[in-house]
Design a protein around this ligand. Structure first.
Ligand SMILES: [Zn+2]
Length: 76
């Protein structure tokens, strides 16, 4: 259960943020052919309208983060 950081009301959770043409959003690696890092979901406050976005799973982000750290270690 998420609570609004602005007005402390219980937020409506796990709703989807879509583009105007109905497509859902995802976080992706940079570049035209960057792979998806996860589906974006959001929570909205019914009182003030504040919206928070988050990834439904952080598994791919953790994997990419480990690769970046390992590349940094081998290049320094
Ligand atoms: Zn609020």
């Amino acid at each position: 259960m998420k609570t609004c950081p602005i007005c402390n009301t219980v937020m409506v959770d796990n709703v989807e943020l879509r583009t105007n043409d109905g497509m859902g959003l995802c976080l992706a690696e940079k570049g035209l052919f960057g792979s998806s890092l996860g589906k974006v979901a959001c929570a909205v406050c019914p009182e003030c309208g504040h919206i928070e976005t988050y990834l439904t799973s952080t598994d791919k982000v953790k994997k990419v983060t480990k690769q970046v750290v390992n590349n940094y270690k081998t290049n320094t």
